[in-house]
Design a protein. Structure first.
Length: 136
């Protein structure tokens, strides 16, 4: 079986909601996740690229934790790959945290600083076959 080659590209404002003060609006971000889940749910079945390079939000690790928990509430919609594209600064450190935290909860997330690498990863196929010889 191969991974989907169809993906949805989102920019940071589509996903990370910010108040006028510049602080992240976590409740609005959660609503955006629900809306995204409805868009990408079957039959669309997309992989996702979230481009955060232009984001000026100050998401905390606690905010990221809450975002991953919201993804968990909509697990069926987010069963495919999610690539997070960031700048190569502290933003990438937070994207790596999101990657590790989400992957530990069964998601397939990867953080990137290069657009081409993110697209290549989204386009890679993966084999879900099981080697029966180990089951004997």
């Amino acid at each position: 079986m191969t991974a989907q080659t169809t993906f949805q590209v989102l920019s940071a404002p589509d996903f990370i909601k910010v108040r006028r003060t510049g602080e992240p609006d976590l409740e609005e971000a959660k609503k955006a996740i629900v809306q995204l889940a409805m868009i990408i749910e079957r039959p669309a079945d997309y992989d996702i690229l979230i481009d955060c390079r232009a984001a000026q939000s100050r998401l905390t690790y606690s905010d990221i934790y809450q975002i991953v928990l919201e993804l968990c509430r909509h697990r069926d919609a987010f069963r495919n790959k999610i690539a997070i594209l960031t700048r190569a600064d502290c933003q990438f450190d937070k994207a790596n945290f999101l990657e590790e935290f989400a992957n530990a909860r069964g998601f397939n997330v990867a953080a990137f600083t290069e657009y081409e690498q993110a697209i290549e990863w989204l386009s890679e196929s993966f084999d879900l076959s099981i080697d029966d010889s180990d089951l004997d």
